[in-house]
Unconditional design. Structure first.
Lengths: 191, 191
DNA sequence: ATAGCTGTGTGACCTACATCACATTCGAAA
DNA sequence: TTTCGAATGTGATGTAGGTCACACAGCTAT
């Protein structure tokens, strides 16, 4: 299935949209390929677009003053990723996005999204629901972080995304869970 | 300023809307008063509405198996609060909402919000942006929870919402920060 | 093949915070 | 004004997870 079909299928889970309208919408997306390790959004620079993942795996992450990394999101196919705080506000990025594997994405510029939302009520509806889901997921993760210990969160993550176990280096999983790589290593080895 | 004017002012920060349209929108809201301690959403029951705070302070919270409480949000005037996970999905609530002080809110039923979003493109736009902001705030809090220690998060909270210090009992602030009330007490005494 | 880098395991030790127990203060109701 | 419960302070002690240090395995590029 090509990028266009994947996006179409993704969108039509939330709204229905006639072919010609979708063609118009799709014309605003740009297909981009990245190599493993390449950076898509760099902390400290302006953010112009958000990205819909077609293939591969990206991460959005924050690096604190002690150079410790925290991962906000692993972005798998059909997920959206960006620094939304920076994108919506027009400020410089505080988080970065890069590629854990070779990746193909569809990029959508901020002003194109806003233009499309204005043109088509249904597109606005789609993006409202996409963010709704993101918001709910983020709240869930907040609760889990406060409520559950590291082992519990680790099992939760692997249940939700079994692919991650083989796809993503363990120290990145630790950075997502909010624990050190050593603690993660001990979690699944010593009992 | 009455409830209608407060809502109008709140909405027109994001969209512009003619008087007659706003009147129609407003007619779907129901003004409700609660006493301190009253419950607005009860865990385990179905959720039908979301709430726009006119006056007072509410909290949305989760209680785990050990009866430990975690606060997701303090809802102050012009904030929205509900169990959005339950509201959007139609499932029973996993979090509760109650009143820290006497409170006045405008309730908006889920199907009325969806109806209004369908009727007026601008209303859909408004709700998209409201959720955008919530999503960004939630991500920020996630990062802070992973990145910063308790003292840092405490100061962050008080900077952002100085009113909370006098308005809200300390053990609730602790439940928001994800620490025990004892630890919070030690934070600002034995400094 | 060798060098070098990235990822991972593991021991020793440290620390922020939790938990438990009890004392104290304060505000609201009787 | 007394009483009672909710909120808060504080000491003693426990523990999950962090940090540091070092070992070693497996790629990749020369």
């Amino acid at each position: 299935m090509d990028a266009k079909a994947i996006l179409r299928e993704h969108i039509t889970k939330t709204i229905s949209i006639p072919d010609d309208q979708f063609d118009h919408v799709f014309s605003h997306f740009k297909l981009q390929s990245y190599k493993k390790g390449q950076t898509v959004i760099t902390e400290g620079t302006f953010v112009h677009a958000e990205y819909f993942v077609i293939d591969g795996c990206l991460k959005s992450f924050f690096i604190n003053d002690n150079l410790k990394m925290f991962i906000l999101q692993f972005a798998m196919p059909t997920w959206w990723v960006s620094d939304y705080s920076a994108l919506y506000s027009g400020n410089k990025a505080t988080i970065s996005v890069d590629c854990i594997t070779d990746a193909t994405v569809l990029s959508l510029a901020n002003e194109d999204r806003e233009k499309l939302c204005k043109e088509f009520h249904a597109v606005e509806h789609f993006f409202r629901w996409r963010t709704n889901k993101g918001y709910v997921a983020s709240q869930k993760r907040l609760l889990s972080l406060m409520n559950n210990d590291a082992r519990h969160r680790y099992e939760e993550l692997l249940n939700l995304y079994p692919q991650l176990y083989n796809l993503v280096p363990k120290h990145l999983i630790a950075a997502y869970l909010g624990i050190s790589r050593e603690t993660l290593s001990r979690l699944y080895n010593n009992s």
